[in-house]
Each structure stands twice: as C-alpha cells, then as structure tokens.
Ligand binder design. Structure first.
Ligand SMILES: [Zn+2]
Length: 269
C-alpha cells in the first residue's frame, strides 16, 4: 500500500514536470551548439549536468550545449521558497556537413618545434580567456551579427579522411570582403587581443557567466585587452591574418570550454 502511494506521488510529480517546461523562458526544442538564457526566481539554485550554474540578481542564467549534445537537457531548480522542479528540455540533433575523403596516402606534416611551441602558447592564452567567469550580464542581450556577409564556412562541418573524422570547424565564417567593419554582437569585456600563428589577429570578448566570443583573421583590431565594449561598438575589421585563404571573419562562441554555434544564436541554423 505504501509503495502504491509512493508510485502515485511520483506519477503526480512527473506530470507536474511535463506542464512546467516553459517556466524557464527557454524555447524548445533546443539545438546542438546553442546557448540558452533562462530565468528563475531570484535566489533559486540552478543545476545543469550536475553542476550549479550561476544566476544573476534577477535570476537569469545561461547554459551551452556542445555540438554533439545527445541527451535531454536536464535542469534542476531548487526553489528558495522550498522544494525543487526538474526540467527535461528536448534537444534536436543537427545535421552537419561532412566531406568524406578516402584513399589518401597517410601523411603527416608536423610544423617545426618553434612553431609548435608558439601554437601551444596561443592555445593556452585562449583557454585562459575562456575560463573567465565574470558577473557581466551582457549574455542576456539579444545577439546581433558582428558583420553581415556571405557565409563561407559553417560551424561543425568536418572532413572524414580515410574513415577518420577530423576536428570540426569551430566557428561561423562570414566573408563580406577585406576591411569590412566588425562590431560587438553582444556587449562585454575584451579579455584577449593577440596576434596568433594560426588565427592571426584574434580577439575574445567575455559576455558574462562563461559566455564568450572569438574573432579571428582580423585585418586590424580597434579595442584593447581590458576594454569594455557595448553591443554594436566597432571592434576591428575583416582580414586574412594568420592561416587564411581569403578575407573572412571566423566567429566563434563558447560557454566556458563548450564550443557553441554562433549560427544558432542568430537564427540561421
Ligand atoms: Zn573559420
């Protein structure tokens, strides 16, 4: 009898969950590579993938899904007023462009040692910038394009060489032509400006709560590390510095280490 009673309670709780899904203000289905801003009552505690997520004083928080996120996005909200709610948000799989290349002779070109060291240092600087966990609230702004132009490369596209998948393209490439003005798609703080071996003139902007954006191959940069920028402020121009075959902006988004698809945020994926 007691077990039946417990089963009944569980059934009721499960049903409550089904009807509570839109309370967070997150639109379903979620997309792989997307980031989502949710809202709870101030003081509620939000847990995603077993980790507590920072909420701002108004109860806003942000989560990011990696490019192959397969699970349902489970979010637990512990209410300040007592009790908790579980949210099970649907995640829609995304079809990435895959180019299969077979019959290639195995050949590895390793860059010389000094170049390897340079690339490793560049990567460490980028990682450090992406660990920034500030209280900035720019993540709540509605994203705008940093520059408009032809999309010359999509996030997540990858080659499969002799059956081995290569790492996916980590940004959205926009090719409006050399010298086109790039603006900050969200406000924030410039956490990195550096001339990198592979990505040329590179900039990272922190938008708060782990959300950051990266701009690569710029012709010139117009703000300095440590500067605060508002949404729409000019930050640089499109170029082909570093390893690039033509002028374009490589634009990436991250939620801490999780690489995001900027295309999802601007509604083109
Ligand atoms: Zn790119």
């Amino acid at each position: 009898m007691k077990q039946l009673f417990l089963a009944g309670i569980l059934f009721m709780l499960t049903n409550i969950v089904c009807y509570a899904e839109n309370d967070l203000g997150i639109k379903e289905p979620l997309k792989q590579g997307g980031y989502y801003v949710g809202n709870v009552s101030p003081g509620d505690k939000v847990t995603f993938q077993g980790e507590t997520i920072k909420t701002d004083p108004d109860g806003y928080f942000v989560i990011g899904l990696d490019w192959q996120y397969k699970k349902v996005a489970n979010i637990r909200v512990d209410h300040k007023s007592g009790g908790f709610t579980m949210y099970h948000l649907d995640v829609e799989p995304h079809d990435y462009e895959v180019e299969e290349i077979t019959g290639l002779p195995p050949k590895y070109v390793a860059p010389p040692k000094d170049v390897q060291d340079r690339i490793a240092k560049d990567a460490a600087d980028v990682r450090a910038a992406r660990e920034t966990d500030s209280n900035l609230e720019n993540f709540r702004e509605q994203m705008i394009w940093p520059v408009k132009g032809r999309i010359s490369g999509r996030f997540g596209s990858h080659r499969v060489l002799n059956g081995e998948p290569r790492s996916p393209h980590t940004g959205l490439d926009i090719a409006p032509g050399q010298g086109a003005l790039i603006v900050a798609p969200l406000g924030g703080k410039v956490t990195l400006v550096s001339d990198q071996y592979l990505t040329g003139n590179t900039m990272i902007i922190d938008h708060g709560h782990g959300l950051s954006s990266v701009y690569a191959h710029m012709e010139k940069t117009m703000v300095k590390q440590g500067d605060m920028v508002k949404q729409g402020d000019p930050i640089g121009t499109v170029g082909m510095s570093g390893r690039a075959t033509g002028p374009h902006l490589h634009w990436g988004m991250n939620w801490f280490k999780v690489r995001l698809n900027a295309g999802v945020a601007i509604g083109i994926e």
